[in-house]
Design a protein around this ligand. Sequence first.
Ligand code: ADP
Ligand code: ZN
Length: 436
Amino acid sequence: MEIFYRDKNIEQIDRRSLEELQYKQLIYTLGFALRTPFYKTRLAQSGIYSPADIKSLKDLKKIPFTTKDDLRECYTQGLLSTSIDNVVRIHTSSGTTGVPTVIYHTQEDLNNWTDLVARSITACGVTKKDVFQNMMTYGMFTGGLGLHYGAERIGILVIPTSSGNTKRQLQIMKDFKTTVVHATPSYMFHMYSKLNEYGFKLEDLHLKKAFVGAEPYSENSRKKIEEIFNIDVYNSYGLSEMNGPGVAFECVYKNGMHIWEDSYIVEVIDPKTEEPVKEGAEGELVLTTLKREATPILRYRTRDLALIYKDSCPCERTHRRLSRITGRTDDMLIVNGVNVFPSQIEQVIMEIPEVGNNYMINLSKQGAMDKLTVKVEIYSKLFHGDISELEHLKAKIKDNLRASIIINPNVELHEPGSLPVFELKAKRVEDERPKL
Ligand code: ADP
Ligand code: ZN
């Protein structure tokens, strides 16, 4: 098998040199972190006042964890380490309470991120001869711009279609002979299911590879997508707090995702005891940025569960490999690649006076795509009232939800007392989606 590298020196660096580099970068990162109002206080509470207080990588454990709530509390500038004049872009991700987390990037930060993405897609054997169609949403979502700049850096032709409009996606794929796409697993299945309906045949496409991520999927789903399109599928993991895509990516061997350890320190902990798990065991991923100036993040609790493979990869990269994400330690739902917390939904609907006190969240499949339905009980007076009033209320709930969770939900109004009641902890989420 032909193996491709962007920077062999760093991708095949020996573990000892890698650890030295990580320590050097950790010190560099602490320098930036201590300039942020948040870490200045937080680190002082642990007796860390200067980067020199961390004497080796072993001292990493003296640094307290950072959580999503911490990031939210930092809104807007609590985690900004530099003058806003040095910032060239922000990305935000949605939060449970409507307060987003914000990541600032200097030009240097963007350059480093771009390098990681360029390295990642090169590892899958993509070259400048390919034609890359990026079907992930542009804008605040990092899958759009993140992959975009990384792909441009290797000199590939990039088609920034963004998400949606499947017919147009297919037409462009055909007309411009797209060889590589970036999409969620559900969108790959959706696209396939629409091929014939929109008048295309598989032979019209020139597709060879797909980068697939942003939501969990199984090895079987990978194989299925590979079979139906006759392509290679590479898993890609990232989160906006750590830039976005380019944190961990599969190489041509497709046996787990190399975590770029020159740019991130990865730890796997038991989410309950917060202690490291045994080597190779499953736990919560904790990540530290090593190359970020504007918003350094130390020991971030991702809430993602996974494990790190112990064996080495035939590609001879020394950066360790991450398994598929097997679950979450919180109740975050991923709906067509978009993160949604049940508490966000609750907050929106409970602000509407006509809504009663019971609701359910249902997830199912409509074709290959996820469908989110919010069922709400409304007061009986209303329920037996005017139909147009009901329609109006439904539209209002829908609009308010869409504004908060970004995706378009289905809303059902129910009579009071008709939804299940729970004596103990309410189980309001019904996830009927078959496991991908
Ligand atoms: P994105 O735009 O990629 O959804 P977010 O920061 O909004 O970025 O979401 C990141 C989360 O998405 C991760 O913490 C993880 O739960 C999920 N995720 C991203 N990539 C994958 C993947 N390849 N497999 C499983 N889950 C993933
Ligand atoms: Zn490899």
